[in-house]
Write a protein that binds this ligand. Structure first.
Ligand code: CDP
Length: 210
């Protein structure tokens, strides 16, 4: 069983993915962390995440053990991630790892949940169930500001909003694997839902498909 979850920044994909993985005993891959790690690796090497040569080199030599969750969840890492993600050769370099995770989930799990931007459209077009999780910009800004402040990051709300708008635009407008719902995705607008409501709705949808 493969569950594909796509959607824009801070729409609630990660929280839902983690809960579905637990409920159905599936392995979980946050594919955004691969792009974040690639962006941070390019910065650490003194390169520019938006420059193809620097970004591709970082993707091809990626060693995930070099990054703590705190290294990857900063707003700067999110911006660098969306810059490397814009480059088709970076996406190609990260594709095999994602498909292999979905088809051969670690730890003997019976399947996998992957979340990202192009899971239902490109990485796992044959996923058992596909979700596209949305929320309006203001809701997503409030969620992200809360997440970053809880982690102790000193951030300015207007900056988070501007970064998120720029990131959404880059993710939607790129030529390869743009952010968009798969034709057969279940679209869930979470603007007025809490995490429990999102989980209950999604779980019922999965149960109808297995
Ligand atoms: O947590 P948040 O939704 O803010 O971001 P993320 O899922 O960690 O992804 C960070 C960035 O990586 C996104 O803005 C996308 O540009 C890129 N990404 C992608 O292009 N394709 C994926 N499957 C996952 C992430």
């Amino acid at each position: 069983m493969i569950i594909a979850i796509d959607g824009p920044a801070a729409s609630g994909k990660g929280t839902l993915a983690r809960r579905l993985a637990e409920a159905f005993h599936l392995a979980y891959l946050d594919t955004g962390s691969l792009y974040r790690a690639t962006g941070v690796a390019a910065l650490r090497a003194g390169g520019d995440p938006a420059a193809e040569a620097d970004a591709v080199k970082a993707a091809k030599t990626l060693d995930l053990t070099q990054f703590s969750p705190a290294d990857l969840r900063t707003e700067a890492a999110g911006v660098a991630a969306s810059q490397v993600a814009f480059i088709p050769a970076v996406r190609a370099a990260l594709l095999d790892f994602q498909r292999n995770f979905a088809l051969n989930p670690p730890g003997g799990a019976v399947g996998a949940v992957l979340d990202g931007r192009d899971i239902g459209t490109v990485v796992c077009p044959n996923a058992t169930v596909k979700f596209f999780i949305e929320a309006d910009l203001e809701t997503r800004v409030i969620r992200r500001v809360k997440e970053l402040r809880e982690k102790g990051e000193n951030i300015i709300e207007s900056r988070v909003r501007a970064d998120m708008e720029a990131r959404d635009a880059r993710d939607k407008d790129r030529s390869v694997a743009p952010l968009k719902p798969a034709d057969d995705a279940f679209i869930l607008d979470t603007s007025k839902m809490n995490a429990d409501e999102v989980f209950a709705t999604a779980k019922a949808h999965v149960e109808r498909h297995i």
